[in-house]
Design a binder for this molecule. Structure first.
Ligand SMILES: Nc1ncnc2c1ncn2[C@@H]1O[C@H](COP(=O)(O)OP(=O)(O)O)[C@@H](O)[C@H]1O
Length: 190
């Protein structure tokens, strides 16, 4: 069983690449952003709560996010491995994930970051916002706030995983297939 964390700033291409990776490596793809958006669409309590944070580009509180993620993992007891996309985004989430996996005699195999320059990413997101309907992609101030959240709360996780020898990075700039090839090279060695 392999459990992978896919890292990357908003717009880095995590969701796009996850679609390829889950097929090729037979992984269950869990995107916390997608799960929140599903809940918003279905107007659940969780969705209504998450929306108040997401619309501003703020992170949803840890307790809510961790609990949701754990219940999604538990819905897939026969999975051959997980691809976590957009989770963990804080140190508390990373520690909770480690403890949770350990309780199942599992662990994180590796984390892979898609790297790209902020200015390129902001332009990508504004472009995506024209068609995605996502309110957090349509306003440059909200986008910048997501980067602030990333730099303050998520970037420190790289050191957390580096200290465990589990951190890999790939250049996220290039065609979708080029980036996919770079990721495959790492995944093939795990
Ligand atoms: N692990 C998480 N912890 C807290 N909030 C989250 C988490 N994952 C997603 N969110 C919320 O969902 C929003 C969208 O996340 P996501 O779909 O991953 O898009 P992006 O990476 O483009 O910002 C985030 O800005 C945040 O509000």
């Amino acid at each position: 069983m392999i459990n992978i964390v896919l890292f990357g700033k908003p717009g880095a291409g995590k969701g796009t690449q996850a679609e390829f990776l889950k097929e090729k490596y037979n992984l269950t793809h869990l995107s916390t952003g997608d799960i929140f958006r599903f809940n918003i669409k279905n107007d659940t309590d969780l969705g209504r709560l998450a929306k108040t944070f997401m619309d501003k580009g703020d992170l949803v509180p840890d307790e809510v996010t961790i609990q949701m993620l754990q219940s999604e993992v538990d819905k897939n007891p026969h999975s051959a491995g997980f691809l976590f996309d957009g989770f963990p985004r804080t140190l508390a989430q990373a520690e909770a994930l480690d403890a949770f996996l350990e309780s199942k005699e599992q662990s994180i195999t590796a984390t892979v970051a898609l790297e790209a320059d902020d200015n390129i990413l902001v332009a990508r997101l504004l472009e995506r916002g024209k068609t995605s309907g996502r309110p957090d992609d349509q306003d440059e101030e909200k986008i910048r706030n997501r980067y602030d959240e990333y730099n303050q709360k998520t970037a420190p996780l790289m050191d957390y995983y580096k200290s465990q020898g589990k951190f890999h990075a790939v250049n996220g700039i290039g065609t979708i297939l080029e980036v996919n090839e770079r990721l495959n090279q790492i995944f093939d060695k795990l």
